[in-house]
Write a protein that binds this ligand. Structure first.
Ligand code: CA
Ligand code: CA
Length: 589
């Protein structure tokens, strides 16, 4: 109670005073253009991860040097996937085990640290990671592994409010960076492997009060200002019986915001359980009876009330854990067309119409897709029926369906690690992986807080010499302009700049800058642990800075099968590296 009172007092104090450092909706909207800060996940809510800065460029990137490094400390390591937020002389990062840090931008010294007190029995499926914070007005926000959202005083790190997203004992957790639009903190949820129900929620950024909630599985009722609003989809249109009640579709990667159409865009993960035969998805039927909407879909949502504007399902009848959560990037086509792009776990890169989510084009961005031969004119996959894991009910003992080899693996042609779009080249830089899996189905029934898969699997590399593959892709044709191959699977975000550079990291610890036109390696730095974080860049005192967090972990070591064994020599860590191009070296060759 004492904390609650002091938090309220701080809240009153800050809202009644005027601080030069306060961040407005206009600041968030202008984040890409404002080079002195990084206020949003994605370096702009369209998630382009493109900086207009060109101080650092192809000629001088070889002069980029470390400015400072910051250790997250403690005995808690594991995967570090955060994207830093930079504002008013301070960097905010989140760390594994639901920690957050404020760091002095000039000295690299810690200003404050917040540790969420996590209960026993949290159920994070895929490592104890966090992907970053949000900032608005005078507060910073982040989600915790026990499925809560916390608002902290940006100056002190004191808790202003703390709200429960859902019940961690049922398998809910939270790892994505929150998205802030029009004074609302918008979050998804995690837990698709536990039969939770995916949803998007919007809260008042000042108070944390829920404004609306939109479940993303058909049959569930939405909520608006404390009252039921509308049902998602049509009950039992695409789900059999009661399966929709524990239907998955976790919105675990958060979302983007397309200001051109005033639309939030969230992805929904795999339908639960993985065993698709239990969801009527195992046999082709008339219409879309086994499609299991809106799992494995991208969903356009009205930020004002949480109503669904449109959806595009990347993998109807999903049966390989091809979560449909991957980020949707809003971009303008070469003729000024308002478009969206997303690279799905299922191996296809999609371009959609920003107005209604309609299919514009789709192309493979990995080699060797086995489960589908292509996409039809509406973007619906053409299935290879014999490449669906077999029905256990067809087995003699009823316990294990036919084992098949499918590519890409369930960790995806691309997983969570965000791609970047360059306004300089018009290209997308897509971190992909070339791998497949043996997968089979088993019987399963739902039990609260227990894994709800009904499947077994082993991931395998598709090639001897590489799994990771960063590709430069023309979104209008699907053409691969170049490919950078890496031994270990790529798991880091990508950033590109007007200086013609593409930044990303590898599990082997290398932080690299490539030429955006050719893929040639122009600079690299060994960070000491695997990179699964997200780079940012900004300008400070006339110099350009770049930061990346290093700290190996994430889903690959936990779920990677044969690939996990291949990379088990990689050491854990937890260090934020910041690099700078000194003024005197900016024009040097
Ligand atoms: Ca900015
Ligand atoms: Ca999944």
């Amino acid at each position: 109670m004492k904390n609650l009172l002091s938090a309220t007092a701080i809240g009153l104090m800050l809202t009644s005073a005027s601080f030069a450092g306060n961040i407005s909706e206009a600041d968030l909207a202008g984040d890409q253009a404002s080079a002195g800060d990084v206020l949003t996940n994605g370096m702009g809510r369209h998630l382009q991860r493109y900086s207009p800065l060109d101080t650092l460029n192809k000629d001088n990137v070889k002069n980029l040097v470390p400015a400072w490094a910051f250790s997250l400390g403690g005995e808690k390591q594991r995967g570090q996937e955060t994207q830093p937020i930079v504002h008013d002389g301070v960097m905010y990062i989140t760390g594994s085990y639901s920690r957050m840090y404020a760091i002095d931008l000039k000295s690299g010294e810690e200003l404050w640290q917040y540790d969420a007190r996590l209960p026993e029995g949290i159920l994070p499926c895929c490592d104890v990671i966090n992907r970053g914070a949000a900032i608005y007005n005078d507060k910073v926000y982040f989600g915790t592994l026990d499925a809560r959202i916390v608002a902290l005083d940006a100056k002190t790190g004191d808790v202003v409010w703390r709200k429960k997203i859902d019940d961690y004992k049922a398998g809910y957790s939270y790892t994505a960076a929150p998205l802030i639009v029009d004074g609302l903190v918008v979050t998804g949820n995690s837990g698709g492997e536990f039969g939770i129900v995916g949803a998007v929620e919007a809260r008042d950024a000042e108070t944390g009060e829920l404004v609306w909630k939109r479940p993303v599985i058909e049959g569930h009722m939405g909520e608006y200002k404390g009252e039921p609003s509308t049902m998602t989809g049509t009950l039992n249109a695409t789900w059999p019986g009661d399966m929709w009640k524990t239907g998955g579709g976790a919105t675990w990667l958060g979302g983007s915001y397309d200001a051109r159409t005033d639309t939030l865009i969230f992805g929904a993960g795999n339908p639960a359980p993985w065993n698709s035969h239990l969801r009527n998805a195992g046999t082709p039927v008339e219409g879309n009876a086994g499609d299991n909407l809106y799992a494995a879909s991208r969903i356009g949502i009205d930020p004002a009330n949480g109503e669904i504007k449109w959806h595009f399902q990347t993998t109807p009848r999903e049966g390989w854990d091809y979560d449909g959560v991957n980020e949707v990037v809003a971009f303008d086509g070469p003729g000024g067309e308002q478009l969206l792009a997303t690279a799905d776990r299922n191996g296809y890169f999609y371009v959609l119409d920003a107005a209604d989510g309609g299919f514009v084009g789709g192309y493979p961005f990995v080699k060797d897709i086995t489960w589908s031969t292509g996409l039809d004119e509406n973007g619906r996959p053409l299935f290879v029926e014999e490449n669906r894991p077999g029905n256990p009910a067809d087995a003699a003992d009823g316990k294990k369906g036919e084992v098949i080899f499918a590519s890409p693996s369930f960790l995806g042609g691309k997983n969570w690690m965000p791609m970047a779009f360059s306004q300089n080249t018009g290209m997308f830089y897509v971190p992909s992986n070339e791998w497949g899996m043996d997968i089979w189905n088993e019987p399963i029934s739902y039990k609260k807080g227990a894994a709800y898969l009904g499947a077994g699997f082993t991931i395998k590399p598709n090639y001897e010499d590489h799994i990771g593959s960063l590709k430069a892709i023309d979104p209008m044709t699907g053409e691969w302009k170049w490919e950078y191959k890496n031994d270990a699977p790529l798991w880091s975000g990508v950033m590109t700049t007007a200086g013609g550079l593409v930044f990303f990291g590898t599990p082997e610890g290398k932080f690299l800058a490539l030429d955006d036109a050719t893929g040639e390696e122009l600079w690299s730095f060994q960070t000491g642990s695997g990179i699964v974080g997200q780079p940012v860049t900004w300008e400070q005192d006339g110099e350009q800075y770049v930061s990346i967090i290093s700290g190996w972990g994430g889903a690959v070591p936990l779920w990677g099968g044969e690939v996990a064994k291949k990379v088990n020599y990689l050491n854990q860590g937890g260090t934020l590296w910041t690099f700078r191009l000194p003024k005197q070296l900016a024009s040097a060759n």
